[in-house]
Write a protein that binds this ligand. Structure first.
Ligand code: FES
Length: 212
């Protein structure tokens, strides 16, 4: 059972961290100032996304996906950038980022490896798949390997339950990845590290979605 006092302290610390973030954003980056985080191509894609919505605030999720695609994670500066593009306060964008588990708040490895652990995948060996990946890359689930090659994480259903167990690497789905198939996947991942386009998400023309 959780200690109520410890929970209260944790809640206050979390609140203070958010207040400090807002204060730093307000001081360091005036509203609507681009932190020049992104390439001209990414900025053009962002403008095109915002233009697709009657209300610019509706573009908050696609813009966060775009920021994460470009940076590999959603930094404080990216939050400020999205806030400037959408008219939200940075703390409101932070609330969106922290609500959805697909957004990362810290840098990850060059390959983001996510193993589904929901029922179908769990029954078909997802935990053994993760153990095999941990052994291959010498890193525990939830962490990034020392060489920065991969970050391993469990996620919930990836909507390919019929092909369980399923592993998503960046935006590429690998189906039927039982533990015995992990060495082949790991070799392919190591070979892909120099490929800048591996698993890259593609924009669907005229669509606000970010489906790969
Ligand atoms: S349970 Fe793993 S993809 Fe649905």
């Amino acid at each position: 059972m959780h200690n109520p006092e410890a929970l209260a302290v944790a809640w206050v610390q979390s609140l203070l961290a958010k207040v400090r973030l807002c204060a730093s954003l307000a001081v360091d980056m005036p509203a609507n100032q681009s932190p020049h985080l992104f390439s001209a191509e990414v900025l053009a894609r962002a403008d095109a996304l915002v233009a697709q919505y009657p209300e610019r605030g509706s573009a908050v999720l696609p813009l966060l996906h775009l920021a994460q695609e470009a940076q590999g994670w959603v930094s404080d500066a990216a939050i400020e950038w999205v806030a400037g593009k959408t008219g939200f306060a940075p703390v409101e964008v932070l609330g969106v980022v922290t609500f959805y588990p697909m957004f990362r708040r810290e840098p990850c490895g060059r390959r983001h490896v996510r193993v589904c652990r929901t029922l179908s995948c769990a029954l078909r060996g997802a935990y053994a798949t993760m153990e095999a990946l941990e052994g291959e890359f010498g890193v525990k689930c939830g962490a990034t390997s020392a060489d920065g090659a991969v970050t391993l994480e469990f996620v919930e259903c990836l909507a390919a339950c019929g092909s369980a167990p399923v592993v998503q690497v960046d935006h590429a789905l690998h189906e039927g990845v039982t533990a015995d198939r992990v060495p082949a996947l790991a070799s392919a991942l190591r070979a892909s590290l120099g490929d800048a386009d591996y698993g890259k998400k593609k924009t669907i023309p005229d669509s606000p979605e970010w489906n790969g």
